[in-house]
Design a protein around this ligand. Structure first.
Ligand SMILES: *[C@@H]1O[C@H](CO)[C@@H](O)[C@H](O)[C@H]1NC(C)=O
Ligand SMILES: *[C@@H]1O[C@H](CO)[C@@H](O)[C@H](O)[C@H]1NC(C)=O
Ligand SMILES: *[C@@H]1O[C@H](CO)[C@@H](O)[C@H](O)[C@H]1NC(C)=O
Ligand SMILES: *[C@@H]1O[C@H](CO)[C@@H](O)[C@H](O)[C@H]1NC(C)=O
Ligand SMILES: *[C@@H]1O[C@H](CO)[C@@H](O)[C@H](O)[C@H]1NC(C)=O
Length: 307
């Protein structure tokens, strides 16, 4: 009887051991899929896009006077000759905003490059806005008007004093008036795949192929309605395979509940689609906020910031 019990114990132990091995195998093979699934459920939103500007005061004047943005914060760092401002249509606690940086003693010129395309903002009075910009000597690159004759969406393109392009949309008020960032990409399917898998975005506007103007665009973002939330517009221009990054548009920051899992997911998608982790997940010295940063398959930088 004792013998049998011992034997049973041994069998139980062996079974348990096998189960544990199975579990650890499962644990080893599962997390990658788990993090990709987790990314889809993470609490994410667009926080900020950072750009370098030639003259901070001039840019602030333009964005406040003509676009109607307000300065949310402003800081000068005289020791390193840098001035910063955060500007937008409302609090950065709830809205996507722009971060502006001027390097006062920069020896390199501000180069916008060709990869960054434009920002999009929503306005309820596009005609007045464009006329004010024109009257002040601003550059209008597309007059306000419908997409197609008889179309209902009215839009225009203007340049800011550095030459950053802004698409203006005539739309009712939305929670996110800084509505999109448009980036030029060389493989739109790969980019859509990257932003969906690595960043958990939804395809809010499927690929639209404009054969006349020779480009294809798609929009990815969080939420479900591209007019109500900030999106990344991915643009493929026929036959263009090379873009210059310049030093103007720097990166976009996105909030996450876990920078470590986020980085693991990005790392995995990078294996398949290309890209590079440039800042492993962890706290930034002194500030202690946890972040991770990476380049996507086209070399655009994203920073994931702990919520
Ligand atoms: C820029 O604006 C700030 C704050 O309004 C002001 O203190 C500063 O003198 C201005 N700089 C220049 C060069 O005008
Ligand atoms: C800041 O600018 C001043 C004046 O142009 C220059 O003398 C100084 O070396 C600069 N400092 C840094 C850290 O770039
Ligand atoms: C867009 O349409 C053209 C012409 O029909 C086609 O050759 C091309 O492959 C399409 N491009 C994309 C990205 O769908
Ligand atoms: C998006 O939201 C706007 C404003 O509420 C609404 O008019 C529009 O029908 C919505 N679009 C979709 C695709 O749900
Ligand atoms: C782009 O390439 C296609 C063939 O792949 C060609 O038909 C078209 O004319 C080219 N467009 C430009 C702008 O070079």
């Amino acid at each position: 009887m004792k013998m049998v019990k011992n034997q049973q114990l041994v069998y139980s132990c062996i079974l348990l051991f096998i189960c544990l091995i199975d579990l650890s195998n499962a644990a080893r093979s599962n997390p990658p899929d788990d993090v990709l699934e987790w990314v889809q459920k993470d609490d994410r939103r667009f926080l900020r896009a950072n750009i370098r500007v030639g003259d901070l005061n001039r840019t602030i004047k333009f964005y406040t006077e003509f676009f109607g943005m307000e300065v949310l914060s402003r800081k000068d760092f005289p020791k390193v000759n840098i001035s910063n401002a955060v500007i937008g249509f409302g609090s950065e606690e709830t809205q996507f905003v722009l971060g502006l940086t001027q390097h006062h003693s920069a020896v390199d010129k501000l180069e916008l490059g060709t990869a960054f395309h434009h920002f999009g903002i929503t306005t309820q009075d596009i005609y007045t806005m464009v006329e004010k910009i024109r009257a002040a000597g601003g550059v209008i690159t597309r007059e306000p008007g419908p997409v197609a004759p008889g179309g209902t969406t009215i839009y225009a393109f203007v340049n800011d004093p550095d030459g950053y392009s802004f698409e203006l949309f005539l739309r009712p008020p939305t929670p996110e008036p800084i509505n999109h960032i448009c980036l030029n990409v060389v493989d739109i399917d790969r980019s859509i795949d990257f932003y969906q898998k690595a960043l958990g975005m939804n395809l809010l506007v499927p690929k639209y192929n404009n054969t006349q103007e020779q480009y294809t665009v798609a929009m990815v973002g969080y939420g479900s309605n591209y007019t109500q939330t900030t999106v990344i517009e991915l643009q493929y221009n026929y036959n263009v395979t090379d873009y210059t990054k310049g030093n103007g548009y720097a990166q976009v920051a996105i909030g996450t509940d876990d920078v470590y899992k986020s980085a693991a997911a990005v790392e995995q998608v990078i294996q398949e689609l290309g890209g590079k982790i440039i800042q492993p997940p962890g706290p930034i010295p002194f500030i202690k906020t946890k972040i991770t940063a990476f380049l996507d398959s086209d070399g655009f930088e994203t920073v994931l910031v702990d919520n």
